[in-house]
Design a protein around this ligand. Structure first.
Ligand code: MN
Length: 207
């Protein structure tokens, strides 16, 4: 049966060189075209497997498959969010404004405090993972999630506003093993306008 493409690699909203000197062209290109692509391929393979196995009336290992699905689809979605919440340093970095700035002040006390907590959450991810700034619609509060791999520690229904990838494949060519230096560099390329748009979107959708 022909492979169906359910997921596709999104194009980056900037060029591979545009995040320099914080993320090199080589590092960004490999990350996007090899690593992100691998999750696209993994997710597509699993969905094809569901269809093929059902069509044949056969069983599959639902426990193993559900775990793989959450890993690959989680990886696909988090990378897509990540590319959107970073951008060229001449248009990004600094501090947030608007609704996001108000929420950060309300929940963390100050931007500096938020930045410190988010950096700590990111640096201390055990192994490979992410930090994510999220909005809980139930309590109307911001919350920092520390995600292991692409899918562990994720809290259902918390809306993701901003993510930072600290798998080694994100920074190893540029920063070797020094994850804290990459996390520090990240603050120069945060696209706060985009993160603010995500807060307003979630607040306006009312779900
Ligand atoms: Mn990655």
């Amino acid at each position: 049966m022909a492979e169906k493409l359910f997921y596709a690699l999104p194009e980056l909203p900037y060029g591979y060189k545009d995040l320099e000197p914080y993320i090199s062209e080589e590092q960004l290109k490999i990350h996007h075209t090899k690593h992100h692509q691998a999750y696209v391929d993994g997710a597509n393979a699993l969905l094809n497997k569901f269809d093929d196995t059902r069509a044949k009336g056969e069983d599959f290992d639902i426990k193993a498959t559900a775990k793989e699905l959450s890993f690959h689809v989680g990886g696909f979605l988090l990378h897509k969010l990540f590319w959107g919440n970073i951008g060229p340093a001449d248009k990004c970095g600094g501090e947030p404004t608007g609704t996001l700035a108000e929420y950060i002040k309300k929940d963390f006390g100050s931007f500096e405090r938020f930045r410190k907590e988010f950096s700590q959450a990111t640096i201390s991810v055990e192994g490979s993972g992410w930090a994510a700034l999220t909005l809980c619609r139930g309590t109307d509060r911001l919350f920092i999630m520390q995600i292991e791999k692409h899918n562990v520690n994720v809290i259902p229904n918390f809306r993701i506003l901003m993510v930072l990838d600290v798998w080694e494949h994100t920074y190893y060519l540029d920063y070797k093993n020094v994850r804290p230096d990459f996390v520090e560099a990240f603050w120069n390329i945060v696209n706060w306008d985009e993160v603010n748009k995500r807060v307003e979107l979630w607040l306006n959708t009312g779900i």
